[in-house]
Write a protein that binds this ligand. Structure first.
Ligand SMILES: [Zn+2]
Length: 321
């Protein structure tokens, strides 16, 4: 059973938020667009993989998507798709590459169309398995056998691996991920976890999921002043709605909205993080009136810390979307 929904990655949303605001001729736009394209392609591949996983026996697996956990060395590791079963734990790394894909274990590389080189995805998956093993041990879970697969999700991919190699066994294309998972299932017979264990473990893992944060200034040398503030019109996308009479108004198309500022707050959260002062709230939404800003803030019922002018509000995405 699926324990959570596949969401867009936080990085994908961060890049979309920047591109939704930055001026189109900014020098960093091509770099950000290329990164966005890769993230979108990865997300599409993961959704394709999910559509295959629906063919697995529903009660045999607890499936967790896009899990990111803290390791004991102050960094994090991410697992695209984690399957918990009574007898073993497979993880799947999805790759959405088109063309001819050759996985060369000896040189530890993956080659696309004979020329573009990538790291061997089997190594990535093995690294994640090592991290997962350490994490489970650190949290005192008994550890069943761990397995991994690399799933090539692009319909037009032609996969080349050496006959009889580990790559032939571990890297699969399209729907063949299902028979391969069934092979793992047949191989592991010893029961490690009860249904209650699996339920507890999957919830425990999800409770420890950590979303990444990004620093726009460090990553792209983009200053706050280069990100235009304001509220986007939900009808025509124009930035700079004006608030009066209890609603946001678009000067371009006449659209009215009571909650268009929530999308702007989501952008703020994605680009700058969860904390803001009353002044930053007013400036980012383009509100001139302190009174209106205070009223909108009160309505949001955000947790806050500090008093009066130094008060900092703490946004969470669950509260605004
Ligand atoms: Zn409009």
């Amino acid at each position: 059973m699926f324990m959570n929904k596949r969401k867009k990655s936080r990085k994908l949303e961060f890049l979309e938020a920047i591109l939704g605001r930055i001026r189109s001729n900014h020098s960093m736009v091509p770099v950000i667009k290329e990164q966005l394209r890769r993230e979108q392609s990865g997300h599409k591949g993961e959704l394709t993989l999910d559509s295959y996983l629906h063919y697995l026996p529903y009660h045999d697996y607890y499936i967790i998507k896009g899990l990111r956990l803290a390791n004991d060395r102050h960094t994090h590791f991410q697992i695209d798709t984690l399957l918990l079963s009574p007898t073993h734990i497979p993880i799947i790394e999805a790759k959405n590459l088109a063309g001819t894909i050759e996985v060369d274990e000896n040189r530890n590389q993956m080659i696309q169309n004979g020329e573009i080189g990538y790291e061997n995805p089997m190594l990535q998956a093995q690294f994640q398995l090592g991290e997962l093993h350490r994490w489970l041990a650190r949290h005192s879970f008994p550890i069943a056998d761990l397995e991994y697969l690399v799933a090539m999700t692009n319909q037009s991919c032609v996969l080349k691996t050496l006959a009889g190699s580990e790559a032939e066994y571990r890297v699969c294309r399209g729907r063949s991920v299902i028979p391969r998972l069934n092979q793992f299932s047949a191989k592991h017979q010893q029961v490690f976890y009860s249904q209650a264990d699996l339920q507890y473990m999957s919830q425990f893992l999800l409770n420890h999921h950590v979303e990444p944060t990004f620093d726009i200034e460090k990553m792209y040398k983009i200053k706050r002043s280069e990100i235009p503030s304001g509220v986007h019109c939900p009808c025509c996308g124009t930035l700079g709605m004006k608030y009066h009479g209890g609603s946001w108004h678009c000067h371009r198309c006449g659209c009215k909205s009571k909650d268009a500022h929530l999308k702007a707050l989501k952008d703020y959260y994605l680009i700058y993080g969860p904390e803001f002062t009353n002044k930053q709230f007013r400036e980012f939404l383009g509100l001139e009136s302190m009174n209106i800003a205070s009223k909108l803030l009160v309505k949001l019922k955000l947790p806050n810390k500090g008093a009066k002018k130094n008060r900092v509000y703490i946004l969470s995405l669950e509260l605004i979307i």
